[in-house]
Design a protein around this ligand. Sequence first.
Ligand SMILES: CC(C)(COP(=O)(O)OP(=O)(O)OC[C@H]1O[C@@H](n2cnc3c(N)ncnc32)[C@H](O)[C@@H]1OP(=O)(O)O)[C@@H](O)C(=O)NCCC(=O)NCCS
Length: 167
Amino acid sequence: MIATLKARSRREAVTIRRAQFADREAIHSLIQHFARAGEMLPVPLDGIGNQGFLVAEVDGEVVACGALKFWEDGTVEIRSLAVAAHMAGRGIGKLLVRQLASACQVALPNGVMPQLFALTLKPAFFLKVGFDIVPRGMFAAKERGDCVACPFKDACREIAVLWRGSF
Ligand SMILES: CC(C)(COP(=O)(O)OP(=O)(O)OC[C@H]1O[C@@H](n2cnc3c(N)ncnc32)[C@H](O)[C@@H]1OP(=O)(O)O)[C@@H](O)C(=O)NCCC(=O)NCCS
């Protein structure tokens, strides 16, 4: 269990915490907003409770979310990262990535930092927050576990990014 992070974005106090069951609808609606625009993959409401989400709150409102997926080959994926459009550009996405990276480190034996990656249509954001672009083929468990069955697999535009290990 990671500690709650209290921080400031460029404008306001932000709390980043582990998602509760009651956050499911808010997380779903954040993701659906961007999924409808083709900016990220949709996630079914039923699946959200099991996926290890963190959320960012401002004044009691869930304004951002992101999840970690631990793959069997030891790699860890950041997925479903979304910041509400009215809160974009204030540093909340960066705070959330930082806390996801900490959560991933805490969850693993000896605090060893694993290969933390994302597949994204926003590589420029990830480059800004400590990731490099890498070949897609590096993440075999992800390929087997998700990509093979993905309806977009033959036209996938996502770019793989790997965390450098510091911000
Ligand atoms: C991409 C996203 C997560 C960024 O969140 P955010 O809170 O607006 O980002 P931040 O304010 O923390 O930005 C951190 C840095 O990245 C830059 N950045 C943010 N979005 C960017 C983008 N789309 N392209 C290039 N740079 C970007 C910021 O300018 C900032 O740089 P700086 O530190 O030099 O000023 C958010 O816009 C979003 O949810 N988009 C829709 C869903 C999505 O595409 N998710 C991506 C993961 S799959």
